[in-house]
Design a protein around this ligand. Sequence first.
Ligand SMILES: Cc1cc2nc3c(=O)[nH]c(=O)nc-3n(C[C@H](O)[C@H](O)[C@H](O)COP(=O)(O)O)c2cc1C
Length: 165
Amino acid sequence: MFKKGMRRLASGVSIITTRLGEARFGMIATAVSSVSAEPPTLLICVNRTASSHDPIRLSGVYCVNLLSADEDEITERFSSSQMRDSRFADADWREMETGAPALATSLVSFDCRVVQEIEIASHTIFIGEVAAIELWAEQSAPLVYVDGQYVRSMLGAGIKQSLQR
Ligand SMILES: Cc1cc2nc3c(=O)[nH]c(=O)nc-3n(C[C@H](O)[C@H](O)[C@H](O)COP(=O)(O)O)c2cc1C
């Protein structure tokens, strides 16, 4: 019932990344939320079984890259465990303050340092203070996930127009 109910919640889609030494890690996530504006703080909920979980804990940094509706192919790479090794291929990845990879074709990247961790059930909530923000593409529609699928056209022209205003 819980999962059935949560399928009705439409969410923006992000790639959360981190860097541990030379190694980069990343995953698709919808469990991202603003916590406060002063200081700018946001949280992510990461399953402890995800390959990015321990690297985020150890590095103490992560970058939230909010995807635009045009980012079709990259979503599979960052959610399929078979594609772990090729996640960072063929895309424009940059570095901001923390060293976590930032996707220059996303809508916005929030580069964060972990200030608190809360373990709850299967997940860890990482609360992060935002160290740097890059608004990459202000005029694109967001990628939305609802009812188990990505929706690229639902918001379509309407939101593009309102974002351009
Ligand atoms: C649309 C979507 C949203 C997801 N949101 C989350 C999330 O918020 N937190 C999380 O831990 N996993 C989330 N996942 C699952 C991870 O993306 C997935 O477990 C991970 O990338 C693959 O695991 P691996 O890195 O261990 O190979 C989501 C997957 C999809 C397709």
